[in-house]
Write a protein that binds this ligand. Structure first.
Ligand code: L34
Length: 298
């Protein structure tokens, strides 16, 4: 058996085309487009790569995009003041501060400073709380988990009653996707297990999964014998394992041993071209929603 590839590149293109249409409608109706401020502190190569893609994508769907690059040594107070400026700017509907931040800046303080109404990452405690209680004010879902859910739904994978195993318990991916997959909703209704570094018999848990979501940040962690034949495997890991000597580009590897897993799984996401592009598409969706809400169209 060779698993079918779930292409995040393809699916994200469809979503971005939908968003572009909505932006055009907004422009025609209100003379306005969604505004996104992207703040990058320092020059972490992975962050530069992701933010560059985010900026390019925002422009391609017709957003007003403000790319705000700041030096590595920006004082925390200055960064907080910058966030406050965008909080007050009526043309900005989404604020993104790319993580990780340099050690002298308190990440929690920064996340708390972003207005929950412009928190298109859904990292603010108010939005995390809304996600947890599934209330209708949950306008923003965190981008990577929302992207994973879209991949699953748009690939026609049944989640109702399915065994979902999530490897990893981060605030950005593991915890929110586990909560989302357990929600009472047609896109979810799964039975969810969260496993992590202290779990006994990691392999045994993974083997039960109809849908295995791996967000551990450990290249090649999941071996083919951990996968139930025919299962769906979603690989969230984007690990930079080296540099291609001819192109100078980073070599990316997922958390799953892809070539071996492909022979066992039913469906699988590749790295690159799987969850990564979906994260970016969902950021655009959140920014669009934010603007639609402000304009009274949601
Ligand atoms: N604030 N910080 C904030 N929001 C986020 O949603 C993120 N994340 C994570 C890191 N820090 C963040 C991202 O944007 C991870 N992440 C992310 C975004 C995009 C991609 C990967 C991770 C992506 O597009 N990956 C491509 C390869 C890109 C490359 O060549 O470097 C892929 O196909 O997987």
């Amino acid at each position: 058996m060779t698993a079918e590839i779930i292409s995040g590149t393809q699916i994200s293109k469809t979503i971005l085309a939908e968003i572009k249409d909505e932006v055009e409608k907004m422009k025609a109706k209100h003379g306005k487009v969604p505004g996104l401020a992207t703040i990058l502190v320092g020059k972490n190569p992975a962050s530069v790569s992701y933010v560059t893609l985010k900026v390019k994508t925002a422009l391609s769907v017709g957003f007003n995009e403000i790319q705000d690059d700041q030096p590595e040594d920006i004082p925390e107070a200055d960064l907080l003041a910058l966030i406050d400026k965008y909080n007050k700017d009526p043309d900005i509907h989404g604020i993104l501060v790319q993580l990780p931040l340099p050690g002298h800046i308190d990440e929690k303080k920064v996340i708390n400073a972003i207005s929950p109404d412009k928190d298109v990452d859904a990292f603010h405690p108010v939005n995390v709380g809304r996600l947890m209680i599934c209330c209708d004010k949950a306008r923003f879902l965190p981008c990577t988990p929302a992207g994973i859910q879209e991949l699953i739904v748009r690939s026609g994978i049944q989640t109702c009653g399915a065994e979902v195993v999530v490897v990893g318990r981060s605030n950005i991916v593991g915890k929110p996707i586990a909560m989302m997959m357990a929600q009472k909703s047609i896109c979810a209704n799964a039975t969810v297990t969260v496993v992590h570094t202290r779990t006994k018999n990691l392999a045994e848990h993974c083997k039960r999964a109809d849908i295995l979501i791996v967000a551990a940040g450990v290249p090649g962690l999941v071996k083919p014998e951990w996968i139930k034949p025919g299962a769906t495997v979603i690989d969230v890991g984007v690990n930079r394992v080296g540099v291609n000597e001819t192109t100078g580009k980073a070599i990316l590897k997922g958390d799953v041993d892809f070539d071996a897993a492909r022979k066992i799984a039913g469906k699988i996401t590749p790295v690159p071209g799987g969850v990564g592009p979906m994260t970016i598409a969902m950021l655009m969706k959140n920014t669009l929603k934010s603007a639609q809400y402000v304009l009274g169209d949601l």
